[in-house]
Design a protein around this ligand. Sequence first.
Ligand code: IVH
Length: 759
Amino acid sequence: MAKEIAVTDMTVDQAREALARLSALLGQANRDYHGADAPNISDAEYDRHKRRNAEIEARFPELKREDSPTEQVGAAPTEGFGKIAHKVAMLSLGNAFDDQDVADFDERIRKYLGMGSEPLAFTAEPKIDGLSLSIRYENGKMVYAATRGDGSTGEDVTANARTIADIPQSIANAPEVLEVRGEVYMSHADFEALNARIAEENERLEAVGKKPKTVFANPRNAAAGSLRQLDAQISRERPLKFFAYAWGDLSEPLADTQMGAISRFQSFGFVINDLTKVCDSPEALISHYKLIEERRATLGYDIDGVVYKVNDLALQERLGFRSTTPRWAIAHKFPAELAWTRLEAIDIQVGRTGALSPVARLAPVTVGGVVVSNATLHNEDYIAGRDSKGAIIRDGKDIREGDWVQVYRAGDVIPKIADVDLSKRPDAAPPYEFPELCPECGSPAVREEGDAVRYCTGGMICAAQAVERLKHFVARKALDIEGLGTKQIEMFYEDTDLPIKTPADIFTLALRDGTNLTKLANRKGWKDKSVANLFAAIEDKRDIDFARLLFGLGIRHVGETAAKDLALHYLTWNDMSEAAEKARPAALAWRSADLAEDRERVAAQTEGRRAKVKESRDAAMATHEVSAEAQAAWDDLTGIDGIGAAVGLSLNDAFANERERSEIDRLVGMLTVVSPDAPTQDSPVAGKTVVFTGSLEKMTRAEAKARAEALGAKVSGSVSKKTDLLVAGPGAGSKAKKAVDLGIETIDEDGWLTLIEGL
Ligand code: IVH
């Protein structure tokens, strides 16, 4: 090898050339290491090249390349896959953990559909512990296959999916458009063989001083790693399997029942799980669950529960979806796996709302194939051995630092603590004292009566809260600003020259950077291109969807759904903020009346007399002067279906709190808030405000509401001047009368059905 020039002696040209060579060399080494079987340089050599590259860059920062190896973190970039937007979202499933949850599932469905005790059949089938895949066929030919991703967009893994023998490349007699969904998994035998192959190869690598490859922790990881492998050849060498169990986009229905649809898949050449069975009662579901549980150990692949689905597809259609899960299916999980470990410390995390959340730091332990080192401790009562209602849990055993604890994981949820081994508790271990001051900002942390959680009262002065609020603001479901994630928010929050302390600061960042001496582009970790990208991503969000913005503000109780409901109701930001402001006196009266009512109840109970709830409520109300206008604004706000007093109050608090309001106004002043799309459907009820009252006979209230909303109507719980239509069933009372007084059109259930017929 030619002698290397010392970095200190290099000319600019030599440095540029050296950086180009090193970038190519290290890039190749990365690809070899992650892709092909044998890396061609040793770790020591690799590290030496990387150091030299960094030294040259330090001396000639202006020569740093776009593809600089210092910016690359080894792993194969996931950007390597194209993105595919799912035509029908890929959802997850709600969970059931015991027999009662299964009975409740059946009950909930009957109630939603307004069914009595007539038979209701379900399918029951193993829940495969792999990763879901959606495969699209057009005219019988596979066109693409995509992973679930975030549910709406997945990764294009077509080339790899084509290597899976269980997935047909073409199908005879298929509908014109067919998306088959199911689970990609690896069998135990193949998983062990793969790991054995890696181990064998590692011996070879180690013999020549090269870095060994990591073996996979479990079959699921192995399947995911193999499917999401950029090199389809490697995918081909790793045997993956596939069970078909669901579908997405279709040009025509597959069958009348779930079971029928699954049989169609089989006729198309897919593999379906032979433990799929139709069961006609919750009891039958549970007995099939037990059978599957007994067979679990000998199946040869991992499963983590049993999935139940309503068999009748017309009923599935009527039941529809909640925001992320279908109403017609549920996953009955197997009991979680358990492991004992030492609890090393209890940390307190301060969240966006100021809630103090205790977290257990654990000596790492493997639970069901995953290494766990943290577990949630919920709140101070939980640590003390009580639940939120004061009932004893864990036989009343409290949790202390240094304890031996039993940890469990149920599905994807955060690990929890099931038990404490008191015999192993060190004699001197004191009970855990929950802090009464915020560990982040030192402000008092208070716990209100009836509340399980202690909150920091520091508000905006508490850095932890401010940072969490910012993280929430830029998160995917809120503003979704690319390139501004958790890491960057933490960095900017601490930055003295270019700080981001509030959401509005994000939108002045580029402007401030322009006049700044220590420009972002000159700093470590930033390049002209990454700065330009960040500023463009921020600019891109200056026109922002109403509901996203509102959700992003992180107002207590205003989640994604409430934000959407509010946006749909008020349509413009101005109308909403004005309404919240106008409603203020009525909101205050409501809160004080509510407190008075609570107080009266408690006093009456201790004094052993009947509570005069209404009187104390009225008295408290009377102390507030509430104009008709304020009352109407409050009634309108809390009358929005799905928005109750809790949302109303916290929305009102946010808009009436001077500091918070001026921050919100400053932010909104820099943005263009985009109103929700006026319902475009050709539906006679689109954009109309509809109220249902009385009893409905052909559908339940919940179903009627979901259907009306799907047709673009707003459903409200109370009749007001804004109501366009009242649907009144038998037994309708005051609402029907009010509608007559206000001259609002009133129809019965049949009239409603005729109106929306065929839609
Ligand atoms: S049905 C609309 N059936 O579980 C929901 N899912 O926790 C369609 N899964 O993302 C899913 N086995 O990856 C269904 N037999 C089965 C399943 C199954 C495994 C996975 C699937 C889904 C996740 C939800």
